[in-house]
Ligand binder design. Structure first.
Ligand SMILES: [Zn+2]
Length: 274
């Protein structure tokens, strides 16, 4: 588990740096600073979520913290790329003018823009000059407001990436088989049988429940199970949902064992004569 978490973290850092650098490079052409950051965080969260699922690394807390930290890393990479591009632009302009020594010109640009050099130069660049905005321009709202906008962008990116990474761990995980639970819909039922179905679930009468739901029946109610794909006798979740339009509400969700599912499926099979 520790090894897989390390792998997920390393892969996540790679993705965050790549997406951050891309966002930093494209933002001056797009001209929508916060939107670019949000899109970057969205791509980051989805990718990290996919890595978490592929490397079978459960744990909502781990996913949330990792997503949040990577969101901050990506924003940092974006601002560092932005500074590198601004610096190279200053160097190009200096060498084009030919009237001055390019190195001295870049040093002067750095002194004017960043003050003292150092690892946090990208933060000073961002707060003093604002966000990249349309070709060659910057959205400069004053140092204090620039800092607030950058802070909000960072929090937004962290929150988006954390939520999406966490969502990847929402399914249960079978620790014995190291597999994510899969979901099967056992059948549907008309709304009229909701009381009977709820009673069957609460009294744990699986035969009765099996007779009430069928794959051939249409209806807003559905009964689904989430279980390990490889050890069908293990614990599972049984869920009763109601769909209204595009919205599905979970009416009941209970833990069941493999025997209960078997009993239910047998009674369904008897009903359909299979
Ligand atoms: Zn299992």
């Amino acid at each position: 588990m520790a090894t897989r978490r390390l792998l997920v973290t390393l892969a996540g850092i790679g993705v965050a740096l790549l997406l951050g650098a891309t966002a930093g490079a494209v933002s001056e052409f797009v001209g929508l600073p916060v939107v670019v950051t949000a899109a970057m965080a969205l791509a980051l969260g989805v990718t990290v979520g996919a890595i978490i699922r592929a490397l079978r690394t459960p744990g909502a807390l781990f996913a949330s913290v990792l997503g949040g930290v990577l969101g901050v890393v990506a924003v940092g990479a974006s601002a560092i790329t932005d500074l590198a591009l601004a610096r190279s632009k200053a160097a190009t302009e200096a060498s084009a003018s030919q009237s001055q020594d390019p190195d001295a010109a870049v040093r002067r640009w750095e002194a004017e823009t960043l003050g003292e050099p150092g690892a946090s130069a990208f933060l000073r660049h961002r707060t003093r000059r604002g966000a990249p905005w349309l070709t060659g321009r910057r959205l400069d709202l004053g140092t204090a407001t620039n800092a607030v906008v950058f802070g909000v962008e960072t929090l937004l990116a962290a929150a988006i990436a954390a939520l999406l990474a966490r969502r990847a761990t929402s399914r249960s995980f079978c620790a014995r088989c190291e597999a994510w639970f899969v979901r099967d819909t056992l059948g549907r039922a008309p709304l009229g049988s909701v009381a009977t179905i709820v009673a069957a679930i609460e009294q744990r009468e699986w035969h009765r429940l099996g007779r009430r739901v069928a794959t051939s029946t249409a209806g807003p109610l559905d009964v689904a199970v989430e279980h390990c794909p490889t050890c069908p006798s293990g614990s599972a979740w049984l869920e009763l949902g109601e769909t209204e339009g595009r919205r599905r509400t979970i009416l009941r969700r209970v833990a069941v064992d493999g025997a209960a599912l078997r009993e239910m499926r047998e009674s369904q099979a008897m009903r359909t004569g299979a």
